[in-house]
Design a protein around this ligand. Structure first.
Ligand code: UD1
Ligand code: PEP
Length: 428
C-alpha cells in the first residue's frame, strides 16, 4: 500500500496533457459487449477503473489486448456469465454491464456497483428503463438479475436526470425491437461519446447531448474503431491546480466548451485564463476573490469538480458558499481540509469557506476520488508536507497524477507505507 506525499509551495509551470475521459471510458468498454467483432478504443486513460473493466470483459469470455493507450476488445466469444460479486464492487460503472449484457444476451446477473460513496446512489431509474423495455428485474442478495424474452422499444421518462441511467438505457435499447425515446435524459459530453461509438457500430441514435434521445433498434452491431474524448474533470482539476499554485500552466488536449461553468467561476475569482481550440493557458494573477458555487446537472457546474474547487476557495478573500445539489452529502473532504487549517463549516447542506488562510501540511485520507484531488490541490498550496492515504480512490480516475504534477514542477511522490501505518489506517 502506498501514500502520496506533497511538499507544498512550489510554483507550477509548463504543459500538462489531459488523458481520455474516465466517465466515457467506463461506458465505452462495456458497450463493446454489444458488437459481434473487434472494437478498438484509442486514447484510454491509465486508470484502475479501465483495468478493472478490462478484466471483467475477460471474465465473461472477451479477449482484451492493451497496446499503449489503445484497447483491442474481441467480444465474439463472450457469454452471459453471471457477475454477482468480485470486481463489479470495485467501481460504479460496472452497472453498464447490465444494459450491455441485457442488450446482447437478453439476460445478466450483476452485483450492485461500488464506486465513490457520496451518500445513497440508487439505480432505480436504470431499472425502470430496463423494465420498460420488457425485462424482468429482481434484486437477490445484492445482485441484480435481468431477463427478457424480447426487448421492445419504449418511451421512458427519467424522474431524475441521470448519466448512468441514460447510458444504460441506450445500451439496452440499441438492439431492442422498434423505437425507444428517453425523455429528461442527461446531456453530458460522455453520453455523446458513447452514442458516437454505438453509431459507429451501426446503432441508430438521434439527440444524444439533448434531453430527448431517440433510438431505432437494429439487429446487428459490428466492430469499429473509436477515439475517446478528453477528460473534462481531469482538465478541470489541473485548471484548479494552476489557479491555486501555477505561474503559467498550459492545459493541453481539452475541449474548453466542456469546462465553461468552471472557467466562468475561476474568472469571477480573478484567475486569468486564455482559451485556445484544444488548450487552456492559466496565468498567475493577483489575489483571488471568494465566489459561491452550486453544482447542477450538465451544463451546470459539475459535482465532480466541487471538491477540488472547495480547496481552492481557501485561498480566496472573503466567504464562499458551496452547495452540491447532485450529492448533498459530498463533503467528506471538508474534515480533512480542516486538518490542514482550512476554515470551513458545513451548515444547512452547504460548505462555507472563509479565506484566505495559509494551509499547513498534515496527514490526511482521501475518502473518495475527488476528495483525493481536493487534498492534492490543498497540498500543493500548503506549507510543509501533506501525506495522503486512500490512493486506491485517486488511482480510479487520475492517470499518472504524480508524474504529471512533477513535470509541472510540483514536489510530489509516492512512498510505500510501513506495516504500522497500514494497521493504523485500517483501524481508523
Ligand atoms: C461513472 C460515472 O459516469 N460517474 C458519474 C455519474 O455517476 P452516476 O451515473 O452514478 O450519477 P447519476 O447522474 O446517475 O446521478 C445523479 C443523481 O441522480 C440520482 N439517481 C441516479 C440514478 C437513479 O437511478 N436514481 C437516482 O436517484 C443520484 O443519486 C444523484 O443524486 O454522474 C455523476 C453526476 O454527474 C458523477 O458524479 C459521476 O462521476
Ligand atoms: C463520482 C465519481 O466516480 P464514480 O461515479 O465512478 O464513483 C467521480 O468520477 O467523481
Amino acid at each position: 500500500m502506498q501514500k502520496l506525499l506533497v511538499e507544498g509551495g512550489h510554483l507550477l509551470n509548463g504543459k500538462v496533457r489531459i488523458s481520455g475521459a474516465k466517465n466515457s471510458a467506463v461506458a465505452l468498454l462495456p458497450a463493446s459487449i454489444l458488437a459481434d467483432s473487434k472494437v478498438i478504443i484509442e486514447g484510454l486513460p491509465d486508470i484502475s477503473d479501465v483495468d478493472t473493466l478490462g478484466h471483467l470483459l475477460e471474465e465473461i469470455g472477451g479477449t482484451v489486448e492493451k497496446r499503449g493507450q489503445t484497447l483491442h476488445i474481441d467480444p465474439s466469444q463472450m457469454t452471459a456469465m453471471p457477475l454477482p460479486n468480485g470486481r463489479v464492487k470495485k467501481l460504479r460503472a460496472s452497472y453498464y454491464f447490465m444494459g450491455a449484457m441485457l442488450g446482447r444476451f437478453k439476460e445478466a446477473v450483476i452485483g450492485l456497483p461500488g464506486g465513490c460513496y457520496l451518500g445513497p446512489r440508487p439505480i432505480d431509474q436504470h431499472i425502470k428503463g430496463f423494465e420498460a423495455l420488457g425485462a424482468k428485474v429482481t434484486n437477490e442478495q445484492g445482485a441484480i438479475y435481468l431477463r427478457a424474452d424480447e426487448l421492445t422499444g419504449a418511451r421512458i421518462y427519467l424522474d431524475v436526470v441521470s448519466v448512468g441511467a441514460t447510458i444504460n438505457i441506450m445500451l439496452a435499447a440499441v438492439k431492442a425491437k422498434g423505437k425507444t425515446i428517453i425523455e429528461n435524459a442527461a446531456r453530458e459530453p460522455e453520453i455523446i461519446d458513447v452514442a458516437t461509438l454505438l453509431t459507429s457500430m451501426g446503432a441508430k441514435i438521434k439527440g444524444a447531448g439533448t434531453d430527448v434521445i431517440r433510438i431505432e433498434g437494429v439487429q446487428e452491431l459490428t466492430g469499429c474503431m473509436h477515439t475517446i474524448i478528453p477528460d473534462r474533470i481531469e482538465a478541470g482539476t489541473y485548471t484548479i491546480m494552476a489557479a491555486a499554485q501555477g505561474e503559467k500552466v498550459l492545459i493541453d488536449n481539452v475541449i474548453p466548451q466542456h469546462l465553461e461553468p468552471l472557467l466562468a467561476k475561476l474568472r469571477e475569482m480573478g484567475v486569468q485564463i486564455e482559451e485556445g481550440e484544444e488548450q487552456l493557458l492559466v496565468h498567475r494573477g493577483g489575489p483571488l476573490k471568494s465566489v459561491d458555487i452550486k453544482t447542477l446537472v450538465h451544463p451546470g457546474f459539475p459535482t465532480d469538480l466541487q471538491q477540488p474547487f472547495t480547496a481552492l476557495l481557501t485561498k480566496a478573500t472573503g466567504t464562499s458558499v458551496v452547495t452540491d445539489t447532485i450529492y448533498q452529502a459530498r463533503f467528506k473532504h471538508i474534515d480533512e481540509l480542516r486538518r490542514m487549517n482550512a476554515q470551513i463549516k458545513v451548515e444547512g447542506g452547504s460548505a462555507i469557506v472563509t479565506g484566505p488562510v495559509p494551509l499547513e501540511g498534515a496527514k490526511v485520507k482521501a475518502s473518495d476520488l475527488r476528495a483525493g484531488a481536493s487534498l492534492i490541490v490543498a497540498g500543493l498550496m500548503a506549507k510543509g508536507i501533506t501525506e495522503i492515504t486512500g490512493l486506491e480512490h485517486i488511482d480510479r480516475g487520475y492517470s499518472q497524477i504524480a508524474e504529471k504534477l512533477s513535470n509541472l514542477g510540483a514536489h510530489i511522490w509516492r512512498e510505500d507505507m510501513t506495516e504500522k501505518e497500514i494497521t493504523q489506517l485500517q483501524n481508523l
